[in-house]
Design a protein around this ligand. Structure first.
Ligand code: SF4
Ligand code: SF4
Length: 176
């Protein structure tokens, strides 16, 4: 599948899906939309996703990720749903992808980066709306059909697993 079609389809699948039946931002004052204590933040863009931000909405900025993971989108802390990058649409879940002998393996789990900000982490994947977790999985499967996104998910999975360690398990243990 074409890289852009895959991105567009994945974004569309997650356009209206949210983790809970109600606005989860009301639980935490939209903690995941706020910059960290050092005033930094931002969401990594999928390959080519910068095309969705041309022209750049007011208050948004695109910079190089300092960890070499591509482009980073920073925002003003509020947005329209249509402006949300795929990273925000997946959050607080993440599609972990690793290469196997036969291809790739996909595991939809809590995003390890959510542990410090998101009150939904404790309930885990089963605490989310089933349709949301399903849409995350469907969107990830679409992305896996395009090599640039597949390679990016493998690389980002590795980065997250190395940088954000878990006590007593890996992204590949547990159920989802
Ligand atoms: S931190 Fe978690 S609960 Fe809060 S807005 Fe983000 S996804 Fe929702
Ligand atoms: S783009 Fe929107 S959803 Fe994503 S962090 Fe910024 S305000 Fe929150």
């Amino acid at each position: 599948m074409d890289q852009w079609d895959a991105l567009d389809t994945a974004r569309h699948l997650l356009m209206d899906e949210t983790p809970l039946h109600r606005d989860c931002g009301a639980l935490c004052d939209a903690a995941c939309c706020q910059p960290d204590p050092e005033g930094k933040g931002g969401m990594l863009l999928f390959p080519g996703e910068e095309r969705c931000y041309d022209p750049l909405p007011q208050g948004f900025e695109i910079t190089e990720d300092p960890h070499g993971m591509g482009l980073l989108l920073t925002c003003r802390g509020t947005c329209e749903r249509a402006e949300r990058p795929l990273a925000c649409r997946f959050f607080p879940l993440f599609p972990y992808v690793r290469e196997t002998d036969g291809g790739v393996a996909l595991a939809v789990r809590m995003d390890r980066r959510a542990c410090v900000v998101c009150p939904l982490v404790e309930a885990g994947v089963s605490g989310m709306k089933g349709t949301f977790a399903h849409a995350v999985r469907q969107a990830a499967k679409v992305l896996l059909n395009a090599k640039p996104h597949r390679d990016y998910l493998v690389k980002l999975t590795s980065f997250i697993e190395i940088t954000y360690t878990l006590d007593g398990g890996t992204a590949w243990s547990g159920s989802a």
